[in-house]
Design a protein around this ligand. Sequence first.
Ligand SMILES: N[C@@H](CCC(=O)N[C@@H](CS)C(=O)NCC(=O)O)C(=O)O
Length: 234
Amino acid sequence: MADNSNLKPIQLWWRPMVPNPAKIIIILEELSLPYTGTYLELEELKQPKYESINPNGRLPSIHDPNTDITLWESGAIINYLIATYDKTNKISYDTFPEKHHLDQWSYFQTSGQGPYFGQAAWFLLYHSEQVESAKERYLGETRRVAGVLDKWLGSKTSGDGNAWLVGDKITYVDLMFVNWNAAVGMFVQMAQRPKEDWDPETQFPHFWKWQSAMVTRPSFLKAVSLQKAEDVHL
Ligand SMILES: N[C@@H](CCC(=O)N[C@@H](CS)C(=O)NCC(=O)O)C(=O)O
């Protein structure tokens, strides 16, 4: 693997307990990239100071002093980190057709998994009214997306006994899914929904095995450990 240790730290605007910034931490960790965090309160996001970095006023954003780029949107940030720093393809492929399949699953995560799982969490926990049809809609989509992943993973085999979305090794696109996958169980439980609303071990066994393999990785455990209040300033 390329030596990334002599780089200047990449600045990450983030806050804990939210899945999209944690996606970036996982990739930074996997690539052994140095980084530093700027912690933001929710009230600081839609303010001119942060909107001058990210006009969408959401997290994450990065600034890489090594190349002098500022970027927002988690998918674009990850594409940049991989293209710039994963020269040995530790968690990517540069071969045909794998590189296009990486794009495919990456777009599916950012447009298919993140927003639907996020809306399920919103309507279950944060919306000002109880709208049962919206809860059913987004929980149904959450299960449908998990079902798509489960079916695909069930069709795959690999040398290490695990199935991965692309090729026969874990890549950044697998890791892009891990935080929202982990979050569903928490918000379904917090909303005190019945078990059949989300029971991946029974409903989606290939998905469950895949997720279980990812949550033991040091990069995921590091991202989780940074959720603790005393670690918020990276
Ligand atoms: N499509 C964006 C979504 C970013 C996003 O929704 N971030 C959440 C945290 S996971 C956020 O900043 N929420 C605060 C808000 O909406 O004000 C990405 O992938 O970066």
